[in-house]
Design a protein around this ligand. Structure first.
Ligand code: PMP
Length: 404
C-alpha cells in the first residue's frame, strides 16, 4: 500500500500548485471579539499532598464498586462501535429512582435530564432559554461559572448582592426578579462559595416571582446531600411550580467527579427544550454505564457523607475557636477569613503542601472538607501561617466576588 505524500510538497513535485510558505510566527486565530482577553476557567491543579480546593468527596470508590465499574466497562466495550442511547433513558430512570429513594419525590423519566456534569446542564439551559436580548440573574457571591455560560450564549448576566451573612433576602430577591425579568434565575442552594442553605419558602416565592414574567428558577443543588437537617430540597416543589428546575450532580457527595454526570428535574417541556440544543449523543456509553453502576452502589458511595458533614462542623468550630470568621455551611466546604492578605495565606498553605481555594469576597478563602488526616494538615498549616494572623474585622457590604 502506498501512502500519499502529505508532508513534502508532493503536489508541487508532481506538477501541482506549490504549498504556500509557512506563516510567520505569532498566529492569531479569529477569536470572537468579546472573548479576547478572557481566560479559561479552572482552579489550579497543583501537585501538592493535600488538595482541598475543588469540593470533591475525598474518599475514592470502595474496591468492590471500582471493580463493578471495570466489569461493566469491559462488557460494553465490545459495542463501542455504536453510538450511545441518545436519550440516556435507562440512566434517567435510575436517577429518578435515586431521587425517589432519597428525597421521596416521584418523578417520571420525562422530567429528568442528564449531561456531562451539571456544568453542561447549565450550558444547555442557557442555550435553550438564554440568548441575545435575554438575561440571567443570580445572587452574589455565587458560583463563578454562571457568568461564563451567559457570556458564551450571549445572555446578559446580572447579580443582586446577598446579605452580610450571605443569605438571600426573599423580598429583595423577588423585587430583583421583577425588575430584571430574567428568563433564567440561578439560585445555588447550598451556595458556593459561601455554603449557605436556602429556606424552601424563599425558593417558592422566587419561583412565583420568576413565573410572573415567564422565567425559570434554576435551583442548583450540587451540594444538597451535605445540607444539615431542616432544609428541604426544592425537588419537593416541582409539582407546584412548572417553571422550577432543580439541578444535581454526582461530582460531590456521590464521589464520582471523574464520571462527569450532572442532571436536572423539571417540567417535561423544559427537558424537551434541552433535547433540541444538546449535541448529538452528548453522553457517552461509558459515562452512562459507569454512572448507572455508581447509582446501583449509591449507599456505598454516599457512606462517608455523614462523616464529611461532621468534619465540616468541626472545622467551622475550630476556625471560630481559633479566632477566624467562618460562614455557616450546609455544603462540603467552609468559607473563612477575614484576612488582610488572603493570597498570602493561600500561598503559605500551598508552601506547606495544602491547596485550598482563593475565591469569594475579598479577604476570604474556601477550604473543601477532606479526610480527618487532610483536615489535620490544613489546621496545622493554617495555625503556622504567618499571614493568617493578620486579620481584619468583618465589614458589611464588603465587595462580593464570584466563587468557583
Ligand atoms: N454548581 C455548583 C454550585 C458547583 O460548585 C459546581 C462545581 N464546582 C457545579 C455546579 C458543577 O459541577 P459538575 O459540573 O461537576 O456537576
Amino acid at each position: 500500500m502506498t501512502t500519499p505524500d502529505v508532508t513534502t510538497g508532493g503536489a508541487a513535485a508532481a506538477g501541482g500548485t506549490a504549498r504556500p510558505a509557512p506563516a510567520a510566527a505569532g498566529f492569531t486565530p479569529p477569536l470572537r471579539l468579546d472573548l479576547v482577553g478572557e481566560r479559561p476557567y479552572g482552579a489550579p491543579q497543583l501537585a501538592v499532598p493535600v488538595r482541598l480546593n475543588t469540593n470533591e468527596n475525598p474518599y475514592p470508590p470502595p474496591p468492590q464498586v471500582a471493580a463493578a465499574m471495570a466489569d461493566e466497562i469491559r462488557r460494553i466495550a465490545a459495542g463501542l462501535n455504536r453510538y450511545p442511547d441518545r436519550e440516556a433513558a435507562v440512566l434517567r430512570a435510575d436517577l429518578a429512582e435515586y431521587l425517589a429513594a432519597t428525597e421521596h419525590v416521584s418523578l417520571d423519566v420525562a422530567r429528568i435530564w442528564a449531561a456531562n456534569g451539571s456544568n453542561e446542564v447549565f450550558h444547555q439551559l442557557l442555550l435553550a432559554f438564554g440568548g441575545p436580548g435575554r438575561s440571567a440573574l443570580s445572587f452574589a457571591p455565587t458560583y463563578s461559572m454562571y457568568p461564563q455560560y451567559c457570556r458564551d450564549t450571549f445572555t446578559r448576566y446580572a447579580t443582586e448582592p446577598r446579605g452580610a451573612d450571605f443569605s438571600v433576602d426573599t423580598e429583595a430577591a423577588c423585587a430583583a426578579v421583577r425588575r430584571h425579568r430574567p428568563t433564567v434565575t440561578f439560585l445555588a442552594a447550598p451556595n458556593n462559595p459561601t455554603g449557605t442553605a436556602v429556606p424552601l419558602d424563599t425558593v417558592a416565592h422566587l419561583a412565583s416571582a420568576a413565573a410572573e414574567s415567564g422565567g425559570l428558577l434554576v435551583v442548583d443543588e450540587a451540594y444538597a446531600e451535605f445540607r444539615r437537617p431542616g432544609t428541604t430540597s426544592a425537588l419537593t416543589l416541582l409539582d407546584d411550580f412548572p417553571n422550577l428546575v432543580v439541578t444535581r450532580t454526582m461530582s460531590k457527595a456521590f464521589a464520582a467527579a471523574g464520571v462527569r454526570l450532572g442532571y436536572l428535574a423539571a417540567h417535561p417541556a423544559v427537558v424537551d427544550a434541552l433535547r433540541i440544543v444538546r449535541l448529538p449523543y452528548h453522553l457517552s456509553t461509558v459515562t452512562q454505564t459507569v454512572a448507572r453502576v455508581a447509582l446501583a452502589h449509591a449507599a456505598e458511595l454516599l457512606a462517608q457523607v455523614a462523616e464529611i458533614r461532621a468534619e465540616r462542623d468541626a472545622t467551622v468550630a475550630w476556625l471560630r475557636e481559633s479566632g477566624f470568621t467562618a460562614a455557616e455551611s450546609d455544603a462540603n466546604f467552609v468559607l473563612f477569613g477575614i484576612f488582610a492578605d488572603a493570597h498570602r495565606v493561600w500561598q503559605e498553605l500551598v508552601d506547606a503542601g495544602v491547596l485550598i481555594r482563593e475565591t469569594g469576597p475579598d479577604g476570604w478563602l474556601r477550604v473543601s472538607i477532606g479526610t480527618p488526616e487532610e483536615m489535620r494538615a490544613f489546621r496545622t498549616a493554617l495555625a503556622a501561617a504567618p499571614a493568617a494572623g493578620r486579620r481584619v474585622r468583618r465589614t458589611d457590604g464588603a465587595p462580593h466576588q464570584e466563587g468557583g
